[in-house]
Design a protein around this ligand. Structure first.
Ligand code: AMP
Length: 283
């Protein structure tokens, strides 16, 4: 496993690998790896000759009052997990190399970044798409792996790739969960034991939503109301949003139409920790 911090060196290595006929897969992360990241690495390992793991806590996607400074970091542990997943390269640049003085070019995907996470975290997706674009330029991947856990991010990146004709295939990996259904997240480490237990209600409420759709409910208002009622029964949790959107446009809908795919997405604060989760449903 080779560790690289310089973008130019990483790009040269990747170009060299591709010239010798290797397929390159990249897994972009912010580190503090868990089994969700492990699933992405596992898929990448199956489908590529070379696997590049990127670890970069990207300041451009954090708001001024968010947890950039205290975001959990543990490079030693990440190295061991990466080695266990047979990663070929870890690319972990510094903030200064990714955003040198006078950096002034950003990538923004319009429309589908206005609501849900985009509404509650202004500028977040601009930060994500800019850094992912840079990581694609640096690692030159054939395939890039993203989790369904961050469904809006996955769809925004898929749109960016299509709109800008970027020669990479985006691969979706299903959300990996704890035994009680809580989506694995680096931020789960912030939760107190009680909050950790309470947080399981998020997935339970989404499952109830999915069951309602499967039983034929088409009113998004009714489904959303039911999910909100389940979550608000737990006093440590405050909801930011519960929404049902068309999976491909990420626009809100009032009524589910048969044959279409939707995403039931939510964000909530469990104590001080903000968590997101979602399920895909088809009517
Ligand atoms: P992060 O390090 O949180 O920025 O996540 C890096 C990548 O891992 C993103 O594509 C996430 O969607 C994905 N990811 C994070 N948590 C999970 C999970 N529980 N299951 C599957 N993928 C995940």
């Amino acid at each position: 496993m080779i560790e690289i911090v310089e973008p130019e060196i990483m790009r040269d290595k990747s170009i060299m690998e591709k010239k010798s006929g290797k397929r390159v897969g990249v897994v972009p992360t912010m580190g503090y790896l868990h089994e969700g990241h492990g699933a992405l690495l596992h898929e990448a390992r199956k489908e590529n000759d070379i696997v590049i793991l990127t670890i970069f806590v990207n300041p451009a996607q954090f708001g001024p009052d968010e947890d950039f400074q205290r975001y959990p970091r543990d490079m030693e542990r990440d190295r061991k997990i990466a080695a266990g997943e047979r990663v070929d390269y870890i690319f972990y640049p510094s903030v200064d190399t990714m955003y040198p003085e006078n950096f002034s070019t950003y990538v923004s995907v319009e429309n589908m970044t206005d609501l849900l996470e985009g509404e509650y975290r202004p500028g977040h997706f601009r930060g994500v798409t800019t850094v992912v674009m840079k990581l694609f330029q640096i690692t030159q991947p054939d395939n890039a792996y993203f989790g369904q856990k961050d469904a809006q991010q996955l769809m925004v990146i898929t749109k960016m790739v299509r709109d800008l004709c970027i020669p990479v295939t985006i691969r979706r990996v299903e959300t990996v969960r704890e035994h009680d259904g809580l989506a694995m997240s680096s931020r789960n480490v912030y939760l107190s034991p009680k909050e950790r237990k309470d947080a399981a209600v998020l997935f339970k409420s989404l499952q109830t939503g999915k069951d309602l759709v499967q039983d034929g409910e088409t009113s998004t208002e009714i489904i959303i109301r039911r999910i909100i009622d389940i979550i608000t029964a737990i006093d440590t949790i405050r909801i930011d949003y519960v929404e049902i959107v068309d999976l491909h446009t990420f626009k809100k809908v009032n009524r589910l139409e048969s044959g279409r795919e939707y995403c039931i997405a939510l964000a909530a604060r469990v104590g001080k920790t903000r968590l997101i989760d979602n399920v895909f449903v088809s009517s």
